[in-house]
Design a protein around this ligand. Structure first.
Ligand code: SAM
Length: 188
């Protein structure tokens, strides 16, 4: 099948799966190319890194992270949906990637190293205040100094939750529809 047709077919399949699981995905389609680029902009490809992704989905941001990582880096990608984990395990074969079929809130069960960068697309808008605080506080604890936690959301109204945990936060708006708000939060 021509690559373009295959891509369209995959996008359709992803949209269908996301919609079917709307209460855990929080979205009807995967994030746009613009979001993939913006959310990974603080990834420093010149060093070997430990990166953690929350919300693998069908692996579009995962592929972008891997394309920027050095060959001895490590990426842990957390996802609660088992089918999504199986889908990506078949689509992306890469020794640097560890797919973790568990929630972001259980990071310390799976990641012992300090983390250089977090990339998150989990739908915290749908989470309880307690769950969001737990995930953000644990991520801050795991993060190295000067490192970033970057999260895509479709509104700016949750910024306080990030400012309460991280030392510096900025929001970058993407121009696609619906507009995305990438929260880049730093531990200084
Ligand atoms: C909006 S989708 C984003 C998927 C993909 N990264 C993208 O950019 O299109 C959010 C993903 O987070 C997953 N998810 C929801 N709660 C989670 C949690 N507590 N920990 C890890 N993943 C979670 C959902 O199953 C879904 O695949």
């Amino acid at each position: 099948m021509p690559a373009e047709k295959n891509l369209k077919k995959n996008k359709f399949k992803t949209a269908l799966e996301f919609t079917k699981n709307i209460f855990t995905t929080g979205a009807v389609a995967q994030t746009s190319r613009e979001v993939e680029v913006e959310i990974t902009k603080y990834l420093n490809a010149n060093k070997d890194l430990v990166v953690v992704e929350y919300g693998l989905g069908h692996g579009n941001i995962t592929a972008e992270i891997l394309s920027k990582l050095s060959k001895n880096s490590k990426l842990y990608s957390f996802e609660v949906n088992e089918e999504f984990c199986e889908y990506v395990a078949k689509e992306i074969e890469d020794d640097r990637l560890s797919i973790v079929n568990d929630g972001a809130e259980n990071i310390f069960k799976h990641v012992e190293e300090k983390v250089d960068f977090f990339v998150s697309s989990i739908p915290i808008t749908f989470f309880s205040k307690e769950k969001t605080e737990l995930i953000l506080n644990q991520s801050y604890k795991a993060l190295k100094d000067k490192a970033y936690f970057s999260q895509i959301l479709y509104s700016k109204i949750h910024i306080k939750k990030f400012e309460n945990v991280f030392d510096e936060c900025e929001i970058v708006k993407t121009n696609n529809f619906p507009a995305g708000f990438i929260h880049h939060c730093q531990k200084t």
